[in-house]
Design a binder for this molecule. Structure first.
Ligand code: FES
Length: 161
């Protein structure tokens, strides 16, 4: 097992910041057309030294374990960053202590990066507008799965394509 796989396994065993955030300011959801995995990220801002910075971030993911490991790292790394700083982070940056993503896993990091940039770019800052109208990731997944658009792979699956 490579160092990356070892560290990813540890991160998956104890993921940080996993779950919906009820008082989030922003939310971003992306799905990968290649593998069918989906990821949603919530962001909450705070004011520090006159700057608007990320107070906390959380995520929910269905599918790939690498995306879960990266999202777990990324949601820790984002704390204290401004929107602009967060937008500049590459998938490798977001992987933090996991180390460089193997070539086959780069798109897993991009899924996290895309969810983050969607949250930062496209969704209203107002909690009233953003969050209550946002369906849960599970409901999105269920309806997409019923329409035969995606295949759901349980998190405890050995399969980590
Ligand atoms: Fe789909 Fe990793 S995000 S395999």
């Amino acid at each position: 097992m490579s160092d990356f796989e070892e560290r990813a396994k540890e991160a998956i065993a104890n993921p940080q910041n996993m779950g919906e955030m009820e008082d989030a300011d922003r939310v971003g959801t992306v799905g990968s057309p290649d593998c069918g995995d989906m990821l949603r990220m919530w962001i909450k801002f705070t004011e520090k030294d006159g700057k608007k910075v990320i107070d906390r971030a959380s995520f929910q993911s269905f599918g790939c374990q690498t995306a879960i490991a990266v999202a777990s790292m990324a949601t820790e790394l984002l704390k204290g960053k401004t929107s602009e700083e967060a937008k500049e982070l590459s998938p490798h940056d977001l992987s933090g202590d996991l180390g460089s993503l193997p070539p086959m896993k780069i798109h897993c990091g991009e899924l996290v990066q895309n969810a983050l940039s969607q949250a930062l770019d496209e969704n209203p800052a107002s909690t009233e507008e953003a969050v209550p109208s946002a369906p849960t990731l599970a409901s999105d997944m269920n309806s997409a799965s019923k329409k035969g658009k995606i295949k759901i792979v349980p998190l405890n699956s050995e399969e980590d394509a």
